[in-house]
Design a protein around this ligand. Sequence first.
Ligand SMILES: [Zn+2]
Length: 318
Amino acid sequence: MHVHVVGNGSGGSGCWVRVTGWHRPLAAMMLRGIGLPGDALSGDLERLYVERLLEQVRSSSLATTVILAQDDVHDEQGRVMKDAGSFYVPNDYVLALARQHKEFLPAISIHPARPDALEELDRCLAAGAVMLKCLPNCQNINCSDKRLTKFWERMAEAKLPLLAHTGGEHTLPVVQPKFADPRVLTLPLEIGVTVIAAHSGTKSGLVDPEYFHVFAEMTKEFPNLYGDSSAFNVPLRGRHIPECLREPLAPRMVHGSDYPVPVQGLWACLRGFLSWKDYRAVGSNPNILERDYQLKRAMGFTPEHFTRIWRLLRLSQP
Ligand SMILES: [Zn+2]
């Protein structure tokens, strides 16, 4: 779960990517990390990216992956903020990829303030969406704005789970930092939407506020709140792994990847969450989907951590 697809329009997908400043070397590093040339960004990115991802899923322990669309940044009136985002992946692209490949399940992305949000939601539900992804802080979504009530009600009724980014973010531009706080998800939780807090509120940069404990507290109040372990193998996000492995949080955690974000087991090893022997054994697997899985298994994440998501996704077709 939580696997990104990116595209530059080279294959006619409608995707775009706009990488500027220090994000350029970061993007090139991520591409090299999945075995693509750093200059693929301006080449035949779409074919290369999907072929590589398929290869990695097929040669990993994972049966399938949830791939994510990415909507535009919008203002509170639902108007596109043209210069604000750094990449865009249309719903139709992930829906089509999932129809073509059994290795993919489609997670759509709709800014709920869009004037056509409900229509688009219904259209994507009919096309087999299994989840909806949003990044409140990067896409400027105040999830607890009462005007969005109907949208969350429709999601709850359709049993479509919401994967929402929580905690700091440094790979994408942040538009509204305060929406990194998991408390922004209160309204959809109260309405009964199954919500998965991506990264479980952990911080990404040194000066980010830490929301992990806010997330952990909220799981006591909301039985429909889960957290994912995506990007736990980057320098800071994995700091709270021991709490995620223990009761009462363990049954509320689901595996997330955040592919193509790099996977480095050294951080867990330095914190004493992983033995040097296990780090040496699995830490250099060239397939980062499998490396992430093996590192997490070695740290003590149970098999259920990787399968729990099946119960939460909307898998029964309309
Ligand atoms: Zn992500």
